[in-house]
Design a protein around this ligand. Sequence first.
Ligand code: AMP
Ligand code: MG
Length: 401
Amino acid sequence: MIPVAEARARIIGALSTAPVEHVSLENALDRVLADDVAARRTQPPSDLSAMDGYAVRASDTEAGKPPLRLIGESAAGRGFDGAMGAGETVRIFTGAPLPEGADAILIQEDATADGENITVTESVETGTYVRPAGLDFREGATGLKAGTWLSPRQIGLLAAMNVPWLPVRRRPRIALLSTGDELVRPGEPVGRDQIISSNALSVAGIVRLAGGEPIDIGIAPDRPDALAECAAQAKGADMLVTLGGASVGDHDLVQDVLGAKGLAIDFWRIAMRPGKPLMFGSHDGMPLLGLPGNPVSSLVCGLIFLRPAILTMLGVPDPEPVIHKGVLGAAMSENDRREDYVRSRLSTGPGGEAVVTPFPRQDSSMLSVMSEARALVIRPPHAPAIGEGAPIDYIALDGVA
Ligand code: AMP
Ligand code: MG
């Protein structure tokens, strides 16, 4: 059995990035940049006012100076033409260009207007309420780096940088092949000894949330010829993921059948619970990941191995699962030699800390528990028994699984 981190490192190390494609900014949400992107303009393009008020020379606002003379207006998108001399002022609004000669903004609350005479009631310093040119970014400077995941925050920045289309990684195509004579798709007629196949759909969700494109290539019956035939449908994908059939039971064929057809297995026993039977290798030149069939194992291994694999293909620099710190909501007994991913509730303690409480039942077939869980407590191999309130590491499930 090999450790989880080693297995993941081997998977990540065997993968290459997906090809580049170009998308418009409207279609760039949740994509990953394939190249650094530079600003195509300076923002703000010139010194702008941050408030409604009067453009002034700061020295004209010192106590004892006479009222200022109003000589015009500067609005956003419609600046004041001409220069402002000593003792003069220009009415100005948020986002409007600072007139030539002005060096500060006097907010309107600190002035009284009487026709063209503006009396200053509070003096200002040079630069007050001025957003200098280039405050946000400068033309030509790298605004975002290759490997950046594009969330609404980055979309806004790219728009302001005047970048209408950009290079992103093509979504990795992940072919999902379920295996098992007992499986039927949701909604199809169900025989007496059959169950509904859930893994293809749940793992497809993990693929999508990781930025990949799932392709369901069906359910292979537990017959060698059928399995090989179904696996052939993955042609054109970036990775084949088999679901189930990866252990050593009589009916677990993936290893045997695909092995005979050019499957080079890298490993298949992971010191992990849930999910000991896990496979990685290549099949016909395509990376192959064999996830365990138990529905919870499929999801957890999808999160721990497949998500990082997809992020790696997208060129994201830190594909590993994000580890959070929390405290235990209930005691846990000593762990054996397998790293444990324990389905748990997540709540907030009195001091604002994350309280993670394992469910008493951890059977890897129980999707009801998995559905209620919002965290996986990570128990390292041979971890000693720990009590309520002890610090632990956990993985948050919201947004990723
Ligand atoms: P296997 O890895 O094929 O031995 O499957 C382990 C367990 O997971 C068995 O109880 C299977 O019935 C179940 N299982 C396998 N594939 C799926 C699936 N796609 N959806 C739901 N359960 C599955
Ligand atoms: Mg099976």
